[in-house]
Design a protein around this ligand. Structure first.
Ligand SMILES: Cc1cc2nc3c(=O)[nH]c(=O)nc-3n(C[C@H](O)[C@H](O)[C@H](O)COP(=O)(O)O)c2cc1C
Length: 236
């Protein structure tokens, strides 16, 4: 909030608020400008309007040098969480995680994924009996694909690939929302399908336990061990 005096005339109440919000790694700046200008001073009015518009354009330009909260920060912050607090996960956060999955690309866009949200005490007890890798998280996403829908080429279904992209979107959104997750393959798909009475065409792909990390939960040593690109990339 600032006040300006020019030629004895008070150009009052120039409020300029900059609200910076960074959802989904996009920088959005919202400007709320209120000016009460002396109507008779046309040149001053033009000057202030020009300054206001210029400031808005400058602030909306890509923030090339400002990389905080970028996707890379999120990718570095994520780790497999294997100890969870029993704090319930808010429904709005579950909705947001599911929405992130919904936006994922899938082969031929057939969207063969079907996600079971295990969160009732019975479902959570059951999944913890079936695998030691549900880690007693308050929510476990059981990500399946519809074998009738998934695109198949040369006898190979893209169902697991589709689910992996959906799951990666979900995992990263959970990270952004301050939640922990762990990708889990350590379970018998047929046993899980039977235990939860899944339709025959819903094939479990993986589990994604999700919740607030328990106090003191730390990344395992694996998290800090990544091969150099020279071992995993070849330019041709
Ligand atoms: C396809 C896949 C299957 C995995 N299965 C399990 C699992 O069954 N149990 C488990 O505790 N972690 C599992 N993980 C987690 C990995 O062990 C973990 O992501 C890896 O060691 C790297 O550690 P970080 O995620 O903390 O960076 C799995 C990860 C992937 C991608």
């Amino acid at each position: 909030m600032a006040s300006f005096a020019k030629n004895g005339a008070l150009l009052s109440e120039c409020s300029f608020f900059v609200i910076k919000k960074i959802p989904h790694n996009l920088h959005i700046r919202i400007f709320c400008c209120t000016f009460a200008l002396d109507i008779e001073k046309i040149s001053m009015k033009k000057f202030f309007l020009f300054a206001c518009v210029a400031a808005m354009f400058a602030a909306c330009a890509p923030q090339n040098e400002q990389k905080s909260n970028s996707f890379m920060d999120l990718a570095r912050a994520r780790f497999a969480v294997r100890e969870y607090a029993q704090t319930p996960v808010e429904q709005a956060k579950i909705d947001s995680i599911l929405e992130a999955g919904r936006l994922a690309p899938t082969a031929k866009n057939v969207q063969p994924q079907h996600i079971y949200v295990l969160q009732s005490p019975e479902a959570i007890a059951k999944i913890n009996e079936l695998t030691r890798c549900a880690y007693h998280a308050p929510v476990v996403f059981l990500v399946c694909y519809d074998t009738d829908l998934a695109w198949t080429k040369d006898g190979e279904s893209s169902g697991n690939m589709d689910c992996s992209i959906v799951g990666t979107h979900m995992m990263m959104e959970a990270t952004e929302l301050g939640l922990g997750t762990c990708w889990v393959k350590w379970f018998e798909p047929a046993e899980v399908a039977a235990a939860f009475n899944l339709p025959a065409n819903h094939k479990p792909s993986f589990l994604l336990p999700c919740g607030y990390a328990a106090e003191g939960a730390k990344p395992s040593d694996h998290h800090f061990s990544r091969k150099p690109l020279s071992e995993t990339v070849t330019y041709k």
